[in-house]
Design a protein around this ligand. Structure first.
Ligand SMILES: [Zn+2]
Length: 129
C-alpha cells in the first residue's frame, strides 16, 4: 500500500534539502562576491593612492619646471644678448661696423668689426653672405 503521507514527507524533505543546498550555494556565492568586492575595493584604494602619488609627482615636476623657467629668465637677463667674447667670456661681443672687405669685396666678402661692451676687446671677421 502506498503511504501517501510518507511520500509527501519524503518530497517535502527533498524540497527542503534542495532549498537548503541552494541556500548554501547562495551563501557561497555571496561570500565569493563579498571577497571579490573586498579585493576590488583594495585594488581601487591602491589605484587611488597611486593616482595621488602621481598627482604629487606631477605637481613637483610643474614646480621644478617653473623654477627652471625662472632661472632661464634670470640667466637670459644676465646675458648681454651678444656673441660670447673670447677675451672676457661675457656675451657682449657685437658687430659695430660692417664694410666690404678691401681685399675680397669683389667676391662679396665683408669685414665685420666687433667690440665687446664689457672689456673693449676688438676683432674683425670676414663674412660671406
Ligand atoms: Zn669681453
Amino acid at each position: 500500500m502506498v503511504d501517501v503521507g510518507a511520500i509527501a514527507g519524503m518530497l517535502s524533505a527533498i524540497k527542503s534539502a534542495r532549498d537548503l543546498s541552494k541556500a548554501v550555494l547562495d551563501i557561497r556565492d555571496e561570500a565569493m562576491i563579498r571577497e571579490s568586492i573586498i579585493a576590488l575595493q583594495g585594488k581601487l584604494l591602491d589605484a587611488q593612492e597611486s593616482a595621488f602619488d602621481a598627482n604629487d609627482e606631477r605637481k613637483q615636476l610643474l614646480d621644478k619646471i617653473e623654477a627652471l623657467e625662472t632661472e632661464i629668465k634670470r640667466l637670459k637677463a644676465l646675458d648681454g644678448g651678444g656673441e660670447r667674447c673670447p677675451s672676457c667670456g661675457k656675451s657682449e661681443l657685437r658687430v659695430t661696423r660692417s664694410v666690404l672687405s678691401p681685399h675680397f669685396g669683389d667676391l662679396g666678402v665683408r669685414d665685420h668689426h666687433l667690440k665687446c661692451a664689457n672689456c673693449n676687446f676688438e676683432d674683425v671677421r670676414q663674412v660671406t653672405r
